[in-house]
Ligand binder design. Structure first.
Ligand SMILES: [Zn+2]
Length: 154
């Protein structure tokens, strides 16, 4: 990080705090040569994440795909694209925070289901049916009943 005043390459960080919902970090730096202070905004280093599919093949994590999958589940449902994009961001953030570089599709699926459940139950069931690849209608109904049970006042 070059000093904007004298161009010296080394500075020390005097303060840092997250900016823009944690996607970047605001740092106050002090030049080691002229001692002037300046602010930098640095994007949080996001390491690439790899999704491991059931057959063992690997694919770079792609938030767009995640959002598209949710969009399909939310077809004709009162869920906005903005909402889904937000969910996509949350999921990506959670995955990043876990520091695991390899994530199974199952794990991603569970996270998506968790989020969808809170947004739209029909979308959740649709997504779950694709994701869990329900083998038969009974498994599907069991899942649906479990969901309905959770709704009952306790
Ligand atoms: Zn300087």
């Amino acid at each position: 990080m070059k000093c904007p005043y004298c161009g010296f390459k080394e500075s020390k960080v005097v303060d840092s705090r997250p900016a823009e919902e944690g996607s970047s970090i605001r740092r106050r730096r002090e030049c080691l040569s002229c001692s002037k202070r300046f602010t930098t905004y640095e994007t949080v280093e996001s390491l690439p994440m790899v999704v491991v599919k059931r057959d063992g093949s690997r694919q770079t994590f792609d938030r767009r795909k995640l959002v598209n999958g949710m969009l399909r589940a939310c077809e004709k449902r009162p869920v906005s694209v903005a909402q889904l994009e937000k969910l996509g961001e949350e999921i990506e953030q959670e995955l990043q925070n876990s520091l695991e570089r390899e994530i199974s599709t199952e794990h991603v699926g569970e996270l998506v289901m968790d989020k969808l459940k809170g947004v739209d139950e029909v979308a959740y069931v649709r997504f779950a049916s694709v994701y869990r690849q329900f083998k038969d209608i009974n498994t599907f109904m069991r899942e649906l009943n479990k969901l309905l049970d959770e709704d009952k006042p306790k």
